[in-house]
Design a protein around this ligand. Structure first.
Ligand SMILES: [Zn+2]
Length: 352
């Protein structure tokens, strides 16, 4: 923490007390040589800057096209379904959001809820909520394909590549896995406050620095509990609740196995509401860059050992059980059909 970097600041708290680091990890991949990564000694977050090649764009759909979940070849790359399996996984995040909002707020006692899903892409979250409650929903995003889907599902849309948000007095603003993509999220949060009603609440969710790989090319920030809460406080919000959450467990079926209890951070804020019993997250910022990278690697080791390997082992057992069933059934039937010309397995099962 000896040298301050003149050309870069912390993306979260704008501090100059940042220091560059580079780590290599094969379980939790990190950014390539096109990026500079900094740790902030004021808030404890990580800010990353792409210094070579272009940044990912959203308005032209390039971000989603690059995801390539279907492993398509270049010929049929243009022909993609309107959703992919990751849409189904991220759709299921609604259940946790619904649960914690019900626990920490009374917004669903409103007859109709005016909701803004900021960076809401395909509008799946308001679509889920609309089946639980009367919702007047708006989706703001840069991706035209996503907005078309959101409109189809019943939301009004705001194309952020062309327009500002005019609507005010939202009872609920959701920002789910969006803030880590932004250059200066504090500025977006300050602006959004004008669109929240006095009694309204905001729900935000991001990956946790100590629980998620840094490699994602679209992520510019990795937050901690403290830096996340501090950013909302600096933007003038009252914090009502915060905690950890994880990606739905079905993601293992699509080879995503980083889900564990502290994978993501969530926060619920308001403008005027207060929660007097809430303690602010502890400020546990490592005091040197070596301590930080040590802390990060020890967390990774813990997660690999206690969470990820366990998830993979459980899922391998499931496959092994199915393998054993098919193999033994096939073997017994093959032998009995060859010798007796009947399936002993089905004969035995019918008698029972
Ligand atoms: Zn900072």
């Amino acid at each position: 923490m000896n040298k301050s970097n003149t050309s870069f600041n912390c993306r979260v708290c704008v501090s100059e007390k940042i220091e560059e680091f580079k780590i290599v990890h094969f379980g939790f991949l990190t950014k390539n040589e096109n990026w500079k990564s900094f740790f902030c000694f004021d808030c404890g977050s990580v800010s990353e800057f792409k210094i070579k090649e272009n940044e990912i764009t959203y308005a032209d759909g390039a971000y989603r096209d690059n995801k390539n979940h279907f492993n398509t070849k270049s010929d049929d790359k243009k022909i993609l379904p309107p959703i992919d399996f990751w849409s189904a996984i991220s759709f299921k995040r609604w259940a946790h959001i619904w649960k914690v909002l019900n626990k920490s707020t009374n917004i669903f006692s409103n007859k109709e809820l005016k909701m803004l899903d900021y960076g809401g892409y395909n509008g799946f979250l308001p679509y889920a909520f609309s089946q639980k409650h009367k919702i007047n929903s708006f989706v703001a995003d840069l991706d035209q394909k996503g907005l078309n889907m959101a409109q189809f599902l019943g939301s009004k849309t705001i194309d952020l590549s062309k327009n500002e948000i005019d609507e005010k007095n939202f009872d609920l603003i959701t920002i789910v896995h969006v803030l880590e993509h932004l250059d200066k999220p504090l500025e977006n949060l300050i602006k959004l406050k004008d669109h929240l009603s006095d009694e309204g609440v905001l729900y935000a969710e991001v990956p946790n620095l100590y629980g998620f790989p840094l490699a994602d090319e679209a992520h510019k920030i990795a937050f901690t509990e403290f830096s996340f809460a501090k950013m909302f406080q600096s933007a003038g919000y009252e914090i009502l609740d915060y905690g950890f959450t994880k990606t739905p467990k079905e993601s293992i079926k699509f080879d995503y196995y980083y889900n564990h209890e502290s994978e993501n951070l969530f926060i619920i804020c308001g403008k005027k509401r207060k929660n007097p019993s809430l303690n602010f997250p502890k400020n546990k910022i490592p005091n040197s860059i070596n301590n930080f990278t040590y802390e990060l690697k020890i967390k990774y080791a813990n997660l690999m050992l206690k969470k990820i390997s366990f998830t993979l082992f459980k899922s391998s057992l499931r496959y092994f059980r199915t393998f054993a069933l098919f193999f033994i059934y096939g073997l017994v039937d093959f032998i009995s059909l060859k010798i007796f010309k009947i399936s002993l397995v089905s004969k035995f099962l019918r008698k029972k």
